[in-house]
Design a protein around this ligand. Structure first.
Ligand code: PA5
Length: 471
């Protein structure tokens, strides 16, 4: 198995110029020390049983349970809808886009090997929700409702609409046959409803939080139902986890990612971390990473981490981008805007498909320039050129390189990012596993729902606050 590699030369001083990059000597000096301390904190968390995501790749019985449930459903349904938000959706999207591609649902049954089409409902936007529910044949549809807490307002609202539609389509008695819940093994409204309605319900281990749950039943159920090889995904993750527990910083890819991004932020003021894969299939992975990095690290230190103590908020700002599309959008800012960014490129060395660019209209210079190349080759050259352009103006980048994009390499990439996130939490001095900052908005949503202020002025700008031209 070829694991992804992380190339970090373009973040170092000798490549970027004096004062522009990190001094390579620090990798065996103070950065090794910071990393060693973070790894210690990581191990303590693991020993306290807080890092349940680390055990998922070797939990054969949980994986077997998921595959059995998936097999029992896959043959009955033509459509699978994953209903969930945040960590209960983004990882599954990363798996689906990475391993099925973006056009899975447009393939005919044979091309899909008779596996179901796969849809997602996350945002409770009535336009999207109605458009999907109106289009599906509910008699052939399975809804996998995913919520670790079992009480997330968006998911619960959508479930109620789905349940009512199912009643009308298949009759009261058959509703539960179209539902599958993935939730906490013991607690929460969804677990209680599963028991009451006798809906099958897969467990999310209690020490696995939403954004660290992609390799739990949260991501695996949908993956297995559409034919993704779950055991290979887990094998890649397990192999990467081994590598990411090494003591030497320079041999530990998660250590390198966490320590160099943290040092770029705290020592050089580069707090914007742009994840920019040159592959459409990795776009959802970039969005997954954005949530993981933001929700785990944007905190007020002193609430569980070990290295910093201050009441001011810390944390990098992650940005999900896509090459080459964002060369025509973000690149100008990356090159000439504030020097507060590090780009994490991702590249796939051997793509599944490639297309030769025929040499048409060679008399026109722009046509001649691309002739003889392939589209994949063009993307590769653009990545090289962008990285080099950034380097020449002293702007840092790292490159994650996947030999091919398959179950093993994606599982490994997801594990690498999750371990790096916990290490970064230690480096920033925050608890990467909680999200206290989102509670107030949840409480206010509950308050406003109870008071029915959706239709009142509560929280919305009043006429007095509005600019005159909007009145
Ligand atoms: O990472 C997290 O913890 C969050 O993003 C959750 O996944 C998200 O809020 C959804 O929560 P739940 O799975 O409880 O519905």
């Amino acid at each position: 198995m070829k694991l992804p590699t992380l190339e970090y030369g373009d973040l170092l001083e000798h490549r970027l110029g004096p004062g522009r990059g990190l001094d390579p000597a620090r990798l065996r000096g103070d950065l090794q020390e910071r990393f060693a301390s973070a790894l210690l904190g990581f191990r303590e968390r693991r020993d306290r049983g807080e890092l349940g995501f680390l055990d998922l790749p070797t939990d054969a019985s949980l994986a077997r349970q998921v595959v059995e449930v998936a097999d029992s459903f896959a043959q009955w349904f033509e459509e699978l809808v994953v209903v969930g938000i945040g960590g209960s959706s983004l990882g599954t999207r990363a798996l689906a886009e990475g391993l099925l591609g973006g056009h899975w649902n447009e393939l005919d049954d044979e091309a899909r090997d008779h596996f179901p089409r796969l849809h997602f409902l996350d945002n409770p936007d009535p336009d999207t929700t109605a458009a999907l529910l109106d289009r599906l044949d509910l008699r052939r549809t399975l809804f996998n409702v995913v919520s670790k807490s079992g009480g997330t307002v968006e998911t619960i609202a959508q479930l109620q609409i789905i349940e009512e539609r199912l009643r009308a389509a298949v009759g009261e008695e058959a509703v539960r046959g179209h539902l599958l819940f993935t939730t906490d093994p013991e607690r929460g409204d969804l677990r209680r409803l599963a028991d009451a309605m006798q809906v099958p319900a897969l467990p999310v281990p209690s020490n696995v939080g939403g954004r660290f749950s992609v390799l739990s039943p949260v991501g695996l159920l949908a993956a297995a139902t559409v034919g993704i090889e779950v055991d290979r995904l887990l094998a890649g993750a397990a192999a990467m986890a081994d590598r990411c527990l090494r003591d030497e910083l320079v041999e530990n890819p998660a250590g390198i990612l966490a320590t160099l991004l943290h040092a770029s932020d705290r020592d050089m003021g580069r707090s914007v971390h742009v994840f920019m894969p040159y592959s459409d299939r990795l776009r959802a992975t970039a969005l997954w990473f954005q949530q993981l990095w933001a929700e785990s690290l944007g905190k007020r230190p002193g609430t569980g981490g070990s290295l910093e103590a201050s009441s001011a908020g810390v944390g990098p700002t992650p940005v999900a981008a896509l090459g080459a599309v964002d060369q025509h959008s973000l690149l100008q800012l990356l090159m000439d805007g504030p020097d507060d960014k590090v780009v994490l490129f991702a590249r796939i060395r051997r793509r599944r498909d490639d297309l030769a660019i025929p040499g048409l209209h060679l008399e026109a210079p722009s046509f001649g320039r691309v002739a003889g190349h392939t589209l994949g080759g063009l993307l590769d050259i653009e990545l090289r050129a962008t990285r080099e352009a950034l380097r020449r103006v002293g702007r840092p980048s790292l490159t994650l390189e996947l030999d091919t994009l398959d179950e093993e390499s994606l599982g490994a990439t997801l594990m690498l990012c999750q371990i790096a996130t916990v290490l970064a939490g230690e480096l920033y001095g925050v608890n990467p596993l909680d999200q206290p900052g989102v509670e107030l908005s949840k409480t206010l949503t509950a308050e406003f729902l109870a008071s029915g202020s959706e239709t009142r002025e509560g929280g919305h700008p009043s006429a007095v606050d509005r600019a005159p031209w909007t009145v």
